[in-house]
Design a protein around this ligand. Structure first.
Ligand code: 13P
Ligand code: ZN
Length: 282
């Protein structure tokens, strides 16, 4: 084993960079947002300071499917703007205990913090995404302004949101061909919102939390961040269209969407591929 410290690992560095990016985008005011990053035993055991249990924190549901799994996780109540300067206080490395009802803290949270209040939603999402894709490693929650705003002005249905977001830029359908999952407004930090989110994560990699934010999942920090960035960019274009008067004279048509999918060898959600045009009287 090397004498290298976990704080100098690429995983902590990635966490610092991503939380800083989320903060500077304006998507994680105060303690808004949380990130969990699944790490393997091989990755964690390279470091000299990750093999002792410092504390144990309860998990309020049965996470035994993830027993033994390691996560680098942001702390509850912690400000993303501060992670880059003090990752050992604002984040922690945990391992899910054998019975799935607690997590051992192995590194970090060194001033008494503990994992995000949305840890149940993260773990439930990891479980369902891992069923789909064994490379799944990252779950990211943040508060992107324009997407949240759309949850007040549009009906809360997946087809409406997905089609509008797809039609805002050619990139959208390529980056999230399955569309955007939508749950009803629910109380944050509960197992209920975790269960609803994870159920949607069986079909989607991004789920809208109306009047609150978005949950995204992926196989790396970059992929997950890029997914959310693309969705929020589409939402910004939609907001700008509305600010310019709201009337679309032309658009990316349903045929254009199908052509994009063909060009990139993708199969978009067939339920969302045809429907209402953004151009009036079309
Ligand atoms: P935490 O500070 O517990 O991570 O909560 C932030 C948040 O965004 C809740 O949805
Ligand atoms: Zn939140």
């Amino acid at each position: 084993m090397s004498q290298q410290k976990f704080i100098d690992s690429p995983y902590v560095e990635e966490m610092c960079k991503i939380t800083h990016g989320l903060y500077t985008h304006g998507w994680d005011e105060r303690n808004g947002g949380n990130v969990s990053y699944r790490l393997t035993k091989e990755e964690v055991s390279q470091y000299a300071d990750t093999n002792k249990v410092l504390r144990n924190v309860p998990i309020d549901f049965d996470a035994s499917e993830l027993a033994g799994v390691y996560f680098l996780v942001t702390g509850t109540g912690r400000y993303f703007k501060n992670v880059i300067d003090n990752p050992e206080a604002e984040t922690g490395l945990v391992q899910i205990a054998a019975d799935g009802h607690s997590a051992d803290i192995l590194w970090g949270y060194n001033d008494g913090a503990q994992p995000t209040s949305e840890f149940p939603s993260h773990l439930m999402t990891h479980i369902n995404r891992l069923h789909k894709d064994s490379n799944q490693r990252v779950v990211m929650h943040c508060h992107p302004t324009n997407l949240i705003a759309m949850s007040f002005t549009l009906p809360l249905d997946e087809k409406t949101f997905s089609r509008i977001l797809w039609k805002m830029q050619a990139e959208s359908v390529v980056v999230f061909p399955e569309g955007l999952g939508v749950i009803p407004y629910m109380t944050p930090g509960t197992n209920d919102i975790g269960e609803a989110t994870a159920e949607k994560m069986k079909d989607f990699r991004a789920v809208l939390w109306p009047h609150h934010g978005v949950f995204g999942a992926g196989d790396s920090m970059d992929e997950t961040y890029g997914l959310i960035e693309t969705i929020e960019k589409a939402a910004l274009i939609y907001t700008t269209i509305r600010a310019q008067g709201g009337q679309c004279l032309q658009e990316i048509t349903d045929d254009d969407l199908a052509d994009l999918a063909n060009r990139f060898g993708l199969t978009p959600n067939p339920d969302f591929l045809t429907g209402k045009s953004l151009v009036e009287n079309k």
